[in-house]
Design a protein around this ligand. Structure first.
Ligand code: ADP
Length: 165
């Protein structure tokens, strides 16, 4: 099951929250900064040991001071107009994050709108990639609760529309 929720992902009580990280995995602005602030310095300490992450992939850590047990740091693509494999890379982020959540024993995951902030991916197109990729991944699996978290009303509407298609 996929649902849309508007709010701050750092407050979510789920097994894993996904972070829209950058390749260094050493923190940044936007949702990344918010997650690191809420999780405390232990998260950065753990991230330092991971040696970064490729675009389109993800790595998992503990949740530290968050309610969530795990943080999955996914590195979305920077938008360059759509001709540089951005959609495939974004889809790969969502799939890899779900694979990691499943391996960690999770059944509830919350995602921010990866790549749609500083990385400039158009929100409508990103929402369709998120919904299509997650729906395909969830096919044949049961008992999952996947939340697409919108920080603002506009993103919530866009995600809702992508879900209703
Ligand atoms: P990226 O670099 O992947 O574009 P950003 O953090 O700049 O990542 O933005 C990704 C999305 O996360 C944007 O839609 C932004 O509004 C949203 N966002 C920022 N802070 C939070 C938060 N605390 N909870 C949920 N979403 C957030």
């Amino acid at each position: 099951m996929i649902r849309v929720w508007q709010g701050d992902i750092t407050t979510f009580d789920v097994c894993a929250v996904v972070n829209a990280a950058n390749r260094s995995l050493l923190g940044g602005g936007g949702v990344d900064g918010a997650i690191h602030r809420a999780a405390g310095p232990g998260l950065l300490e753990e991230c330092r040991k991971l040696g970064g992450c490729e675009t389109g992939s993800a790595k998992i850590t503990g949740g530290h001071d968050l309610k969530a047990r795990h943080v999955i740091h996914a590195v979305g693509p920077v938008w360059h107009g759509g001709g540089q494999g951005e959609a495939a890379l974004l889809a790969s982020c969502y799939r890899t994050a779900m694979d990691l959540a499943e391996a960690a024993g999770c059944r509830s995951v919350a995602f921010p709108a990866i790549s749609t902030g500083v990385y400039g991916y158009p929100s409508e197109a990103a929402a369709e990639v998120a919904v299509d990729t997650l729906s395909a991944w969830l096919e044949g699996r049961e008992g999952w609760e996947v939340t697409l978290v919108a920080f603002d009303t506009r993103t919530a509407e866009i995600l809702g529309k992508a879900l209703e298609r």
